[in-house]
Design a binder for this molecule. Structure first.
Ligand SMILES: Nc1ncnc2c1ncn2[C@@H]1O[C@H](COP(=O)(O)OP(=O)(O)OP(=O)(O)O)[C@@H](O)[C@H]1O
Ligand SMILES: [Mg+2]
Length: 295
């Protein structure tokens, strides 16, 4: 079995922020009129750890189990097998105290921010509602915090007065990030956060996530089918194939010298990434890892 990789400067001294141990999840589809009962092992024996303030990138083809793993981390599903500990406690223990409490530990940013917004409500009241749900603040304080958070994600106050459909895709994703961060979570799960965006906007949103990670000390699990996105952002990388994590390690090592045949094929299929990232880009990645105190 693959050994989980401890990533981050804090790894030596404190327990990991996320600890996934031998987790499996099966979707059972009952027998229907025209189909047999079936079972899909979406996640199969996955283990990994992420230290505080670090990004663990999960890459793999469509259907390999990335989103299922995300749903297990945020507690939308409970793994049939294995354990997930988040900030020192199992997901079940967090959920026993209520979803609201767990939401202050872990938040998710999904591919389609429009799907998580109320299309009939202005942006400001939507962020305000989230804030009011979690903190006993006066209306004026909530307004100040909302404006500050919008500034942190690079949006003007005037966005508060807009309806979701009046925003561009990039602006909508920034609002989704603001709404996730307004509850001050320690962990952000980003499931294909830039897949629906133009390449130039993708880069802006990814760089924003890097800045916010630094500012708020966020631990991030970033999911993408695009190894270039994962390579740009991650301190450590896990490669998934058919529910299994076939390879994991420090980003520079996995990108430059993938040991697994599937990882090599995946990286070779993405020009400008993977093993091509040796030389100048490798030293940049190593520098990033070193900066975080990993190397
Ligand atoms: N609710 C569900 N019921 C039954 N099977 C499911 C369900 N959700 C996902 N699956 C199956 O589990 C497997 C993993 O799906 P998942 O959505 O986790 O993949 P993914 O890696 O996120 O894919 P993509 O990159 O396309 O988003 C797939 O075979 C999928 O068909
Ligand atoms: Mg998915």
């Amino acid at each position: 079995m693959l050994q989980p990789v401890l990533t981050g400067a804090a790894a030596e001294n404190e327990p990991p922020m996320i600890e996934v141990r031998d987790v499996s999840h099966v979707f059972a589809t009952p027998r229907g009129l025209f189909r047999r009962a079936s079972a899909v092992r979406a996640v199969n024996g996955v283990s990994f750890e992420v230290a505080r303030g670090c990004t663990f990138g999960i890459v793999g083809e469509s259907g390999c189990g990335k989103s299922t793993l995300a749903s297990l981390l945020i507690g939308d599903r409970i793994p049939a097998v294995g354990t997930i500990r988040v900030a020192g406690e199992t997901v079940q223990a967090h959920l026993a105290r209520g979803r609201k409490s767990y939401a202050r530990t872990i938040q998710m940013v999904a591919q389609d921010p429009f799907g998580t917004m109320d299309p009939r409500q202005k942006v400001g009241p939507q962020i305000d509602e989230t804030l009011a749900l979690h903190f006993p603040l006066s209306r004026a304080d909530r307004r100040t915090r909302t404006a500050e958070m919008l500034r942190s994600v690079g949006l003007p106050d005037s966005v508060c007065e807009k309806m979701p459909h009046q925003l561009s895709g990039g602006q909508r994703q920034r609002v989704a990030i603001a709404r996730a961060l307004i509850v001050q979570p320690q962990i952000l799960i980003c499931d294909e956060p830039t897949s629906a965006l133009d390449v130039s906007i993708q880069a802006q949103v990814l760089n924003l996530l890097l800045r916010l990670q630094e500012k708020f000390g966020l631990t991030i699990v970033l999911i993408s089918h695009d190894i270039r996105v994962i390579g740009h952002m991650s301190h450590a990388i896990g490669v998934m194939n058919a529910g299994r994590m076939v390879e994991q390690g420090r980003a520079a090592e996995v990108l430059c010298c993938p040991r697994n045949a599937y990882s090599r094929a995946l990286f070779d299929a993405a020009p400008g990434a993977g093993r091509l990232m040796c030389g100048a880009e490798e030293s940049a990645a190593v520098e990033k890892v070193t900066r975080k105190g990993i190397a």
